[in-house]
Design a protein around this ligand. Structure first.
Ligand code: ZN
Ligand code: ZN
Length: 302
């Protein structure tokens, strides 16, 4: 039997006085949610919907495989070139720089569901989902948490100028959009470019934000607990499907060094499948597997 429990069982945590959403600086964040609605005026060619799906999944991969499983947890290795490629790919997702992301995530594991956890749902569901990102307290990169990567100047540069990657992704979407209008005159080219930006880039970015955020919020309140960890983490197949395997979050909290978050064959973990393929062609290496006794403890004793 899987162990199940309720977040409220752990009790509510009080947020510190400086853990508050800044309503002024969060305005652009909310406006970006509305921006894709302008596509009503441009129309959306079918190729742009495909582009949006591509932008979602490719960037989800760089967030899960790069920002999370590599930079935060070092669950595999790669050379300096590919390390930068993965960092750049993650930065196209507009979730700030790789060092900022990974340094805060390490704190989440260090202090899971205590008052020092940056985004515990015990501090409120919406706080864990999005509130903490809109709070000034967490704007800076906690460099002391990520010294193993601050020794690479190119990563520090990208961490400070992550907008370069985001704008590159946005420009790519605009150009794909322009291409859909070729042959239809200038108006069609401009409409295609606008649709490429609004749907291919902005809509996929907003959806990707919330999909990523649910690993911090929903994956700590909805699902089953195979392992009785000291935190509220859950395993949830729905979250695993749309995040490329990050929904096996209770497994992950139990054994965070593992490159795989799905511990058994039926726990779909597409990020791991891609990393496994990349290990066969030499892009990544040293994939860390979960210890047998940990898997056994959770899944093979019944
Ligand atoms: Zn993690
Ligand atoms: Zn967690």
């Amino acid at each position: 039997m899987a162990v199940t429990s309720d977040a409220t069982e752990y009790g509510r945590l009080r947020r510190a006085p400086d853990e508050r959403v800044n309503p002024i600086t969060s305005i652009p964040f909310w406006l970006l949610h509305l921006l894709p609605l302008l596509a009503i005026f441009t129309g959306v060619p079918w190729q742009i919907w495909l582009l949006a799906v591509w932008m979602y999944w490719s960037r989800m991969f760089f967030i899960t495989a790069g920002y999370h499983r590599y930079f935060a947890h070092k669950s595999y290795r790669m050379n300096r070139f590919w390390q930068f490629v993965f960092a750049f790919g993650g930065a196209t997702a507009a979730q700030k720089g790789p060092l900022w992301w990974a340094a805060h995530h390490r704190d989440h594991h260090r202090y899971s569901d205590t008052d020092r956890d940056v985004h515990s749902p015990r501090k409120g569901f919406w706080w864990s989902h999005v509130g903490w990102i809109l709070c000034d307290k967490f704007n800076a990169t906690k460099e002391e948490n990520i010294r193993d990567f601050t020794r690479f100047p190119e990563l520090c540069w990208l961490n400070r100028h992550d907008w370069v990657a985001t704008w590159t992704a946005g420009s790519f979407c605009a150009f794909v959009g322009f291409a859909t209008g070729i042959g239809g005159g200038w108006v069609a080219v401009l409409r295609g470019g606008a649709a490429g930006l609004l749907i291919g880039f902005f809509l996929s970015t907003v959806v990707l934000w919330h999909a990523t955020f649910t690993v911090n919020s929903l994956a700590h309140v909805w699902g089953t607990r195979r392992y009785t960890t000291t935190d509220t983490s859950r395993n949830n197949v729905v979250i695993a499907l749309y995040t490329g395997g990050e929904g096996w979050h209770n497994n992950h909290h139990r054994y965070q060094q593992s490159v795989r978050q799905g511990f058994v064959w039926w726990q779909i973990d597409t990020t791991y499948y891609v990393l496994w393929l990349l290990s066969k062609v030499g892009v990544v290496r040293g994939l860390k597997q979960p210890r047998r006794e940990v898997v056994f403890q959770g899944y093979m004793r019944h």
